[in-house]
Design a protein around this ligand. Structure first.
Ligand code: IDP
Ligand code: MG
Length: 155
Protein backbone atom coordinates (compact mmCIF):
# COMPACT_ATOMS: atom_id res chain seq x y z
CA UNK A 1 0.00 0.00 0.00
CA UNK A 2 1.56 3.25 -1.09
CA UNK A 3 1.63 6.38 1.00
CA UNK A 4 0.18 9.06 -1.25
CA UNK A 5 -0.57 12.75 -1.14
CA UNK A 6 -3.76 14.17 -2.61
CA UNK A 7 -5.04 17.66 -3.31
CA UNK A 8 -8.39 18.43 -1.76
CA UNK A 9 -10.43 21.62 -2.09
CA UNK A 10 -13.30 22.75 0.04
CA UNK A 11 -15.01 24.55 -2.82
CA UNK A 12 -16.70 27.98 -2.59
CA UNK A 13 -20.08 26.41 -1.71
CA UNK A 14 -18.51 24.63 1.28
CA UNK A 15 -16.88 27.86 2.50
CA UNK A 16 -20.06 29.90 2.05
CA UNK A 17 -22.13 27.23 3.79
CA UNK A 18 -19.63 27.16 6.70
CA UNK A 19 -18.99 23.46 6.28
CA UNK A 20 -15.19 23.60 6.09
CA UNK A 21 -14.67 22.50 9.69
CA UNK A 22 -16.98 19.51 9.34
CA UNK A 23 -15.34 18.49 6.06
CA UNK A 24 -11.83 18.76 7.49
CA UNK A 25 -12.97 16.77 10.51
CA UNK A 26 -13.97 13.92 8.21
CA UNK A 27 -10.52 13.91 6.64
CA UNK A 28 -8.84 13.88 10.04
CA UNK A 29 -11.22 11.27 11.49
CA UNK A 30 -10.44 8.96 8.59
CA UNK A 31 -6.77 9.01 9.57
CA UNK A 32 -5.34 11.10 6.76
CA UNK A 33 -2.61 13.50 7.83
CA UNK A 34 -2.94 17.17 6.92
CA UNK A 35 0.33 18.36 5.41
CA UNK A 36 -0.84 21.66 3.88
CA UNK A 37 -3.84 23.91 4.44
CA UNK A 38 -4.64 27.37 3.11
CA UNK A 39 -7.49 29.63 2.03
CA UNK A 40 -7.23 31.31 -1.33
CA UNK A 41 -9.24 32.92 -4.08
CA UNK A 42 -9.09 30.86 -7.29
CA UNK A 43 -8.45 33.09 -10.32
CA UNK A 44 -9.56 32.31 -13.86
CA UNK A 45 -5.93 31.46 -14.68
CA UNK A 46 -5.64 29.05 -11.77
CA UNK A 47 -9.01 27.48 -12.64
CA UNK A 48 -7.80 26.88 -16.20
CA UNK A 49 -4.65 25.15 -14.95
CA UNK A 50 -6.50 23.00 -12.44
CA UNK A 51 -9.38 22.06 -14.73
CA UNK A 52 -7.34 21.92 -17.96
CA UNK A 53 -9.03 18.64 -18.96
CA UNK A 54 -12.47 20.33 -18.87
CA UNK A 55 -11.73 23.60 -20.69
CA UNK A 56 -13.32 22.48 -23.95
CA UNK A 57 -16.40 20.99 -22.27
CA UNK A 58 -19.74 22.79 -22.53
CA UNK A 59 -20.00 23.13 -18.76
CA UNK A 60 -16.59 24.80 -18.33
CA UNK A 61 -17.93 28.42 -18.20
CA UNK A 62 -20.24 27.39 -15.35
CA UNK A 63 -17.43 25.53 -13.59
CA UNK A 64 -15.14 28.55 -13.95
CA UNK A 65 -17.80 30.89 -12.58
CA UNK A 66 -18.46 28.57 -9.63
CA UNK A 67 -14.87 27.85 -8.62
CA UNK A 68 -13.91 31.55 -8.80
CA UNK A 69 -17.08 32.81 -7.05
CA UNK A 70 -15.53 32.89 -3.58
CA UNK A 71 -12.60 31.59 -1.58
CA UNK A 72 -11.68 27.93 -1.34
CA UNK A 73 -9.70 26.05 1.30
CA UNK A 74 -6.95 23.95 -0.25
CA UNK A 75 -5.76 20.92 1.67
CA UNK A 76 -2.93 18.53 0.94
CA UNK A 77 -3.51 15.27 2.82
CA UNK A 78 -1.28 12.21 3.11
CA UNK A 79 -1.84 8.58 3.96
CA UNK A 80 -2.12 5.02 2.63
CA UNK A 81 -3.94 5.18 -0.74
CA UNK A 82 -4.92 8.77 0.12
CA UNK A 83 -6.07 9.52 -3.43
CA UNK A 84 -8.66 6.75 -3.75
CA UNK A 85 -9.59 6.94 -0.06
CA UNK A 86 -10.55 10.59 -0.52
CA UNK A 87 -12.47 9.95 -3.76
CA UNK A 88 -14.42 7.18 -2.04
CA UNK A 89 -15.17 9.44 0.94
CA UNK A 90 -16.43 12.19 -1.39
CA UNK A 91 -18.66 9.96 -3.50
CA UNK A 92 -19.60 10.49 -7.14
CA UNK A 93 -19.70 13.94 -8.74
CA UNK A 94 -23.45 14.46 -8.49
CA UNK A 95 -24.66 14.90 -4.93
CA UNK A 96 -28.11 13.68 -5.87
CA UNK A 97 -26.57 10.33 -6.83
CA UNK A 98 -24.02 10.10 -4.01
CA UNK A 99 -24.78 7.58 -1.27
CA UNK A 100 -25.52 8.70 2.28
CA UNK A 101 -22.32 8.46 4.28
CA UNK A 102 -20.27 10.09 1.54
CA UNK A 103 -19.46 13.79 1.77
CA UNK A 104 -21.34 14.69 -1.38
CA UNK A 105 -24.17 12.36 -0.38
CA UNK A 106 -24.51 13.83 3.10
CA UNK A 107 -24.07 17.53 2.40
CA UNK A 108 -25.32 18.25 -1.11
CA UNK A 109 -27.73 17.53 -3.91
CA UNK A 110 -26.02 19.29 -6.83
CA UNK A 111 -23.83 18.15 -9.71
CA UNK A 112 -21.89 21.41 -9.75
CA UNK A 113 -22.01 22.55 -6.14
CA UNK A 114 -20.55 19.35 -4.76
CA UNK A 115 -18.48 20.80 -1.93
CA UNK A 116 -15.10 19.20 -2.48
CA UNK A 117 -12.49 18.40 -5.07
CA UNK A 118 -10.13 15.44 -4.71
CA UNK A 119 -7.37 14.43 -7.13
CA UNK A 120 -8.39 11.46 -9.28
CA UNK A 121 -4.98 9.77 -9.67
CA UNK A 122 -1.27 10.06 -8.86
CA UNK A 123 -0.49 12.19 -11.92
CA UNK A 124 -3.33 14.62 -11.20
CA UNK A 125 -2.37 14.75 -7.52
CA UNK A 126 1.23 15.71 -8.30
CA UNK A 127 0.11 18.36 -10.77
CA UNK A 128 -2.61 19.81 -8.52
CA UNK A 129 -0.49 19.88 -5.34
CA UNK A 130 2.14 21.86 -7.27
CA UNK A 131 -0.54 24.28 -8.53
CA UNK A 132 -1.91 25.05 -5.07
CA UNK A 133 1.13 24.74 -2.80
CA UNK A 134 4.74 25.86 -2.84
CA UNK A 135 7.15 23.22 -1.52
CA UNK A 136 7.73 25.16 1.71
CA UNK A 137 3.97 25.23 2.41
CA UNK A 138 3.87 21.42 2.76
CA UNK A 139 4.92 20.43 6.25
CA UNK A 140 6.66 17.16 6.95
CA UNK A 141 6.03 15.97 10.51
CA UNK A 142 5.41 12.73 12.37
CA UNK A 143 1.99 12.59 14.01
CA UNK A 144 2.38 11.06 17.47
CA UNK A 145 -0.84 9.06 17.01
CA UNK A 146 0.56 7.32 13.93
CA UNK A 147 1.29 4.10 15.82
CA UNK A 148 -2.45 3.68 16.38
CA UNK A 149 -3.71 4.63 12.92
CA UNK A 150 -2.26 1.80 10.85
CA UNK A 151 0.20 -1.07 11.13
CA UNK A 152 3.89 -0.84 10.30
CA UNK A 153 3.52 -2.79 7.04
CA UNK A 154 0.90 -0.28 5.83
CA UNK A 155 3.04 2.80 6.31
P1 IDP B 1 -15.15 15.32 -10.10
O1 IDP B 1 -15.00 16.60 -9.30
O2 IDP B 1 -16.07 14.34 -9.41
O3 IDP B 1 -13.83 14.72 -10.51
P2 IDP B 1 -15.43 16.20 -12.88
O4 IDP B 1 -16.24 15.45 -13.88
O5 IDP B 1 -13.94 16.14 -12.99
O6 IDP B 1 -15.93 15.72 -11.44
O7 IDP B 1 -15.90 17.71 -12.95
C1 IDP B 1 -15.21 18.73 -12.25
C2 IDP B 1 -16.23 19.60 -11.55
O8 IDP B 1 -16.99 20.32 -12.51
C3 IDP B 1 -17.28 18.84 -10.72
O9 IDP B 1 -16.82 18.50 -9.43
C4 IDP B 1 -18.42 19.83 -10.68
O10 IDP B 1 -18.21 20.85 -9.69
C5 IDP B 1 -18.33 20.45 -12.07
N1 IDP B 1 -19.19 19.77 -13.06
C6 IDP B 1 -19.05 18.51 -13.54
N2 IDP B 1 -19.98 18.23 -14.46
C7 IDP B 1 -20.72 19.35 -14.58
C8 IDP B 1 -21.85 19.70 -15.41
O11 IDP B 1 -22.32 18.91 -16.24
N3 IDP B 1 -22.36 20.95 -15.23
C9 IDP B 1 -21.83 21.84 -14.35
N4 IDP B 1 -20.76 21.57 -13.58
C10 IDP B 1 -20.22 20.33 -13.68
MG1 MG C 1 -12.42 15.27 -11.94
Amino acid sequence: MAIERTLILAKPDAVQRRLVGQLMTRIENKGLKLVGVKMLQVTKELAAKHYEEHIEKPFYPLLEEFITAGPVVAICAEGPSAISVMRTMMGPTNGSEAAPGTIRGDFGISRQMNLMHGSDGPEAAAKEIAIYFADNELIDYKPTLNEWVCADDEK
